[in-house]
Design a protein around this ligand. Structure first.
Ligand SMILES: [Fe+2]
Length: 242
């Protein structure tokens, strides 16, 4: 404390930072600003990260869009051919995903075309590392993307109804076999991802946000291909008691 002599009677124990409820699980620190975390909220929390996965990048991005519009871009592959025609689509597939839900969360698996390599491999010998992108949507506003060489933990923070902040932590993946993945390999993998669609997703969500005030659309309609988005909104409505 600067100039501590000016506060001779101050009880430092009584003037610390505000205490918050914290639980660590699977390499993620869960914090609740008010009250205590209900441990049952972590019933479906998976062991996402291990202690030997190193952080190699951290960034904060701001977009002029509601956090839910940005979050939804991570949840479906229905838009891949139209939006990512030049970037991701040449390596992936159009509208081909596996969507699973667990508790309030979901996982969307996006295969690369190179998954064909294991078509003739026996099912029990198949390893998906490097052949898919798995995106775990952690309700309500976080996600973990597991890519070939690295994983991103993304937290979408609402700043206002029309502005949001991405807080992104990038970790090196554990090598499935053989020598460990280097920082350089993880960085190259991360550059590919930001060149292959992330910017297009952000621009699309911002464009949707810009169009909303026109009042032309009273609601958005989701179909069978967007199961994870529907699940997310059902969970949100339930949590907000709507
Ligand atoms: Fe996208």
């Amino acid at each position: 404390m600067p100039g501590q002599s000016g506060f001779p009677d101050l009880d430092r124990e009584q003037h610390g930072l505000k205490s918050v409820s914290v639980i660590e699980q699977g390499g993620i620190v869960y914090v609740q600003q008010e009250g205590d975390i209900d441990p049952t909220h972590l019933t479906h929390a998976l062991e996402h990260f291990s202690v030997d996965q190193q952080l190699f990048n951290q960034q904060v991005l701001t977009d002029a869009a509601n956090w839910k519009l940005l979050y939804e871009t991570l949840m479906e592959g229905y838009h891949i051919k139209s939006l990512h025609h030049e970037s991701f689509y040449p390596f992936g597939y159009d509208n081909l995903n596996v969507v699973e839900t667990f508790g309030p969360h979901s996982r969307v698996v996006y295969p690369f075309q190179r998954i064909e390599q294991i078509r003739s491999t026996r099912a029990e010998d198949r390893r998906l590392n490097g052949l898919t992108t798995s995106v775990y949507m952690l309700f309500p506003n976080a996600s973990i993307s597991v890519l070939s060489k690295h994983s991103n933990l993304v937290i979408l923070e609402p700043v206002s109804p029309t502005q949001s902040q991405w807080v992104i932590y990038s970790m090196v993946n554990k090598a499935p076999y053989g020598s460990p993945i280097t920082f350089e390999e993880a960085r190259r993998d991360a550059a590919f991802v930001s060149d292959s669609g992330q910017e297009e997703d952000r621009a699309a969500a911002t464009a949707i946000q810009e169009a909303l005030p026109s009042g032309a659309n009273s609601h958005l309609t989701f179909g069978h291909f967007e199961k994870a988005i529907v699940h997310f909104h059902q969970q949100l409505a339930r949590a907000l008691d709507l």
